[in-house]
Ligand binder design. Structure first.
Ligand code: SAH
Length: 358
């Protein structure tokens, strides 16, 4: 192995074993030192190349409800935000969005929404059933928050392939401050249930939350190392004016990219989105996340009439762009930095078809 390749795999091996205190110091150092960050990003890019080459998977994102029963301090959809505009998409509207996505070439869809009691187990299984019936060649990801194990089992039986549930922060104290009336133990229980039920599981966290330190971010790395999720969503915290965290600074691009690179090195085969939030804090944020190890993008398929109402944070990008514009825009951005948009299902590279079929 040449010296450069050796150095690259070296970082990955080191990070898989590194004591958590040291991970915290590395995150702190790499956030301040561009050269150290460059080294991590180069190593992350090399390990991603090994498993996924220069392909970046696309998932068509359908934000199907802006109602939420929770009060997460950072989120614009929190229940007590009276200025938030609320909407729900019915089964027909959701399937129509999938149809539009299918015509654009997408073979992977994500249904995301607040925790909305309107969507009972029956309603959701009917939606999943319809989507999987009409698009059997597509992967379906759910991202609708905490539900019972029985619900997760029903959704899986109906054909859902993957589930995204960011752990948000693995520091129980910080978690408790940001999530009134929610519990870190239940969040973890959900992730364990999803894993046991045979989903491809996505965890993830925000970077730059008010009060968050590099040790908190190291705890996120440790959590990911133990859980070994197939996917990890990492994005900067961005304030929303209708929340108690309005006026707090957003997470930094530099530190977000450090975390993408570190997680790629810790989980070389993972699916890591270049998130909408990272594209919101910097015009070229998603491209830079891809260069630092990300390999998924989630272009928006939510009907334009509702798009602006899914305001998790201020300034969210793509709220006025048609689905076909988003498809072309992201493809062009990736191409300019040497990556290709891959429209296939985009399973984790260890995922076997038999398992995917349940
Ligand atoms: N109810 C679902 C979906 C939540 S929205 C669930 O609980 O999983 C999707 C993600 O947006 C959240 O997991 C959170 O990490 C992120 N998010 C919410 N508000 C944000 C903010 N102000 N800045 C950045 N990301 C935010």
């Amino acid at each position: 192995m040449d010296k450069r390749a050796d150095k690259q795999t070296g970082w990955s091996e080191k990070l898989k074993e590194m004591p958590v205190e040291e991970v915290g110091r590395l995150i702190e150092a790499a956030t301040l030192d561009r050269q150290l960050f460059g080294e991590l990003a180069e190593a992350a890019d090399a390990v991603r190349q090994q498993y996924y080459q220069n392909r970046v998977f696309a998932r068509g994102l359908i934000e199907f409800t802006s109602y939420c029963r929770n009060d997460c301090l950072y989120c614009g959809l929190r229940r007590v935000n009276a200025t938030a505009e609320r909407y729900r998409l019915g089964r027909e509207a959701i399937v129509a969005a999938c149809r539009e996505g299918y015509q654009l070439g997408y073979r992977s869809f994500v249904l995301q929404g607040g925790e909305d009691g309107y969507y009972t187990t029956r309603r959701l299984t009917a939606i999943i059933d319809t989507i999987k019936g009409e698009f059997p060649d597509c992967a379906l990801t759910l991202s609708l928050g905490e539900r019972s194990r029985a619900d997760y089992a029903e959704f899986r039986r109906a054909g859902a392939d993957r589930y995204l549930l960011r752990h948000e922060t693995a520091s129980p104290g910080l978690y408790a401050r940001l999530h009134p009336d929610m519990s870190w133990d239940n969040r973890r229980r959900c992730l364990d249930d999803l894993r046991q039920l045979g989903y491809q599981v996505g965890a993830g966290f925000m970077v730059g939350l008010p009060g968050q330190t590099c040790s908190d971010l190291a705890a996120d790395v440790e959590f990911i190392r133990r859980l070994q999720p197939e996917m990890v969503g990492i994005g900067p915290f961005i304030p929303h004016r209708g929340t108690p965290l309005a006026g707090q600074p957003a997470g930094g691009l530099g530190q977000t990219l450090v975390m993408v690179a570190v997680v790629r090195l810790v989980l070389p085969k993972s699916l890591l989105p270049a998130t909408t939030a990272v594209g919101t804090i910097a015009g070229d944020g998603r491209e830079r996340a891809v260069m630092a190890g990300a390999n998924v993008v989630m272009p928006n398929l939510t009907p334009l009439a509702e798009r602006k109402k899914y305001m998790l944070y201020d300034g969210k990008i793509c709220v006025n762009d048609s689905a076909s514009h988003c498809r072309g825009c992201i493809e062009g951005r990736l191409k300019r930095v040497g990556f290709v948009l891959d429209l296939q299902r985009g399973d984790h590279c260890d995922w076997r078809r038999e398992r995917a079929a349940g």
